[in-house]
Design a protein around this ligand. Structure first.
Ligand code: FES
Length: 401
């Protein structure tokens, strides 16, 4: 190839070797190779073997740490252990070990690639002038030839061990990123045992226990935490949840309440300093669909309240209870404005009218907040009179309303 042309026929291109095409591609792209030097021009250079071993070491370590990450992710004890519980020591290392192994695996892969580039890719300084417009056929062909040439000059083709190790390291580093997403893949229909947080499906809550004959109190969170007794932390005698009476709320007030069974009660005349119900209380608070807003309407407002058909007796006097889980996409609708009787969800500003059975009046939510039927028991505590008659929370395929 002696002179540089801009147009070539298919026949001319077919006659050129890959090397000719690669050189032509460089020249047509306005690239001038100012300097190029092979790293190991002499065959069987001992320095080349040393460099090869160094790269292989980085990549092997990257693979070992990637495998360690996968093994830790799958087999290390990961379930929460509280203070003094057996296995706490092992559990506390779960997250740090995941971070250390995945971080080091990716770092060593990067070090292997960097070491390979510095050791085996020819040193080269090229200068390219920029041009605009779409690519010609000649450009496309020469690009392929250049890529092939890059593969050859990378010498990876004749270093299958390093190529294999690099591919393995890259695959495991990729796994370290993808594998943790397995934790968010869940079967929404999988039922566990029915408990104070529901049975694990989206359409049950702790309040569903009412259907099994459980008496459920509306209980408020006191925020009490474990106490230190001579260096030993204990939750004995601590009531995180306590029962609520109507007179505990002022007119126009709102209180977040959670379901509490009779066996979980540890307050008032039922207080026992030795009872330890703290863990069950926390399960109720952490039940993602359990939270309910108990609202005491001002009496003059309660007189104007419109009840939804079929829910006429769900409220107790001026007291009304709605699920706190927004029917848009499930944020807690925490803000009750007593002047307007509106409940505001801070996530996307949906507003629900407490005087119209929690009907949405503004924002993206499309359905009313489910209402919990409530009453007062013979001791004067607020209790659930039944379960929600529809699933709480955002729209999903199982909902009919
Ligand atoms: S989650 Fe409540 S408005 Fe979006």
């Amino acid at each position: 190839m002696s002179e540089l042309k801009n147009k070539y026929t298919d026949a001319e291109l077919a006659q050129m070797s890959e090397e000719d095409l690669a050189r032509l591609g460089t020249e047509l792209d306005g690239v001038t190779v100012a300097y190029r030097k092979e790293r190991f021009p002499i065959e069987n250079d001992p320095a080349e073997k040393r460099a090869s071993r160094r790269v292989a070491t980085y990549l092997i370590l990257s693979i070992v740490l990637g495998l360690a990450f996968v093994a830790i992710y799958l087999f290390w004890p990961w379930e929460y252990k509280h203070m003094d519980e057996e296995g706490l020591w092992w559990y506390t290392f779960y997250t740090p070990l995941l971070g250390i192994t995945s971080g080091l695996s990716i770092t060593l892969l990067g070090m292997g690639v960097a070491a390979y580039t510095k050791s085996f890719i020819p040193e080269e300084i090229s200068v390219q002038t920029r041009h605009d417009g779409p690519s010609d056929e000649v450009d496309r062909r020469t690009l392929v030839a250049l890529l092939n040439d890059s593969w050859k000059t990378s010498t990876l083709g004749r270093r299958p061990v390093i190529a294999g190790l690099a591919a393995g390291g890259a695959a495991l580093a990729g796994l370290a990123i993808i594998l943790p997403m397995g934790g968010i893949v869940k079967n929404p229909w999988k039922r566990g045992a029915m408990g104070i947080a529901g049975d694990g499906t989206l359409w049950t809550t702790g309040w569903t226990l009412h259907e099994q004959g459980e008496k459920l109190y509306l209980a408020r969170d006191t925020g009490a935490v474990a106490e230190n007794h001579d260096g030993h932390w204990s939750t004995q005698g601590i009531s995180r949840l306590v029962r609520v009476r109507p007179e505990d709320l002022d007119a126009g007030a709102m209180e977040t309440v959670f379901p509490m069974t009779e066996s979980m009660v540890n307050d008032g005349d039922k207080y026992d300093a030795k009872a330890d119900v703290y863990e069950e209380h926390m399960h109720s608070i952490h039940g993602s669909r359990n939270a309910v807003m108990l609202i005491r309407l001002r009496h003059e407002d309660a007189l104007r309240a419109v009840q939804r058909a079929g829910q006429e007796d769900f409220h107790y006097g001026d007291y009304i209870a709605f699920s706190k889980i927004c029917t848009h996409i499930g944020c807690p609708t925490s803000l009750y404005e007593q002047q307007t009787n509106r409940i505001l969800c801070p996530c996307h500003q949906s507003q629900f009218d407490a005087l119209q059975y929690g009907k949405p009046v503004f924002g993206p939510a499309a359905r009313a907040l489910p209402e919990l039927p409530i009453t007062v028991d013979e001791e004067g505590y607020l209790i659930a009179k039944g379960n929600f008659i529809e699933p709480v929370g955002p729209a999903f395929w199982e909902r009919r309303s």
